[in-house]
Ligand binder design. Sequence first.
Ligand code: CS2
Length: 488
Amino acid sequence: MRLDLSTLDQVPAEMRPGYDPTNHGTGILHLGLGAFHRAHQAAYTDTALAQAGGDWRVASVSLRSTDTADALGEQDGLYTLIERGAQGDRARVIASVAEPIAAAREPEAAPAKLADAAIRIVTLTVTEKAYGIDRQAMDVDPDHAQVAADLAAPRRPEGVLGVLTEGLRRRREAGHAAPTILCCDNLPENGVLLRAGLLGFARRVDPDLAEWIAQNVAFPSSMVDRITPSPTDETKCRATDLLGLDDAAAVETEPFTQWVIEDRFPAGRPAWEAAGAIFVEDVAPFERMKLRMLNGAHSLIAYAGFLAGHEFVRDVMAEPALAGLADRHLRAASRQVGRLEEIDLGAYRAELLERFSNPAIAHRTYQIAADGTQKLPQRLLAPALEAVKAGDNPAAFAFAVAAWMRFATGRNEAGESYALNDPREDEIRAAVEGRDADAAALAGALMDLPGLFPRTLSGNDGFRRAVETRLAEMVGNGMDAAVAREAE
Ligand code: CS2
């Protein structure tokens, strides 16, 4: 039997939501109905509803694939969240997703929903590459394929900025108050960035609307954290074991969770603090900590670990030399974070090592390795540049960058080829073509990809050499040898 509202009373009592979902209206529109949203924002909202009530259930939109929205549609939006850690598994049914929407089938639904006065917050987890924002220019990127398509047909949008702009246009026309837009992707100053990109898009479509957005819409930044691997068939089996019902939309995640948010919600918000969210004036230092430490080390682990033949992050952490390099990376990154009143950085670092080692979480190195061009700037290149400018040794960052370059050749040490899963994959393949055995040529070609490496970084001889020597070792003697040498 399947999990849905009619079978919910068969779920063990301690796993049921602490409220009757049918008593709560929808107040949030979410874009990006992936596993992360279901493990993070939807769980916080679920706890807030149970403890403080309110009409804050979520209309959650999958912009591309339809599978999750379909599975949730059949289950009245209900799904199991399984937390897996040293203490074993803990499961609960989440009931905050009121309306799962597959935009590929219902392209009208998201902009229409945004024009509904009941929606007061829009949250987003669409991944770095989906926005179509030129981060250096802090403006819309008109060459981004989805942006270009939406600019050509702004009333029938399919992409992030297009959907937001069209929804806000309708909302303004209907005379409703502006919503708050809350970016939850791993980007630095994500609210500032999204605001700049959205205003750039809207200006090209309707300058008056852009002005209205600039005057009325709040864009708080937020830092989100919860390690959430892609669900597998095993996840569904676990859910059935724990629940006694079938659940095609179950998600597994780690026990740890963190959400730091700037408290600027003129149209109100759920009591997310009930679930442990931290509200602060300025999220930037927290984002910096998380992007440079967790995500930076994650990228190192992903590239070096994948090439050393490890499928999961936990396997990488079981190799002392690699685990040592992950720790070195965390230390180098933490030196750039500065003091944070709320957080003890030493304890945070130790906790990260433990989280990466969690034996119950099967997080694929190959999953994290995807979209390198979208992740490197904030995770590795900005920290490297800062180290170089401060006269610090950039070795940790140089090693991680070299590991990405080795990964970018698209061939593992057994000679098998794999997809890079990067929006700039074609450009990268053209750049590495014929250079994959020559570290200096390879590094040079990748550093020259337009807009990726800051010129002051690729032009720094010390950093360039630091990358080239490490890449030469990886290319010539293999990743294990390069790791052993680096860890000496
Ligand atoms: C990971 C993140 O896939 C990746 O790039 O580094 O998704 C990471 O698991 C999350 O940011 C953890 O909060």
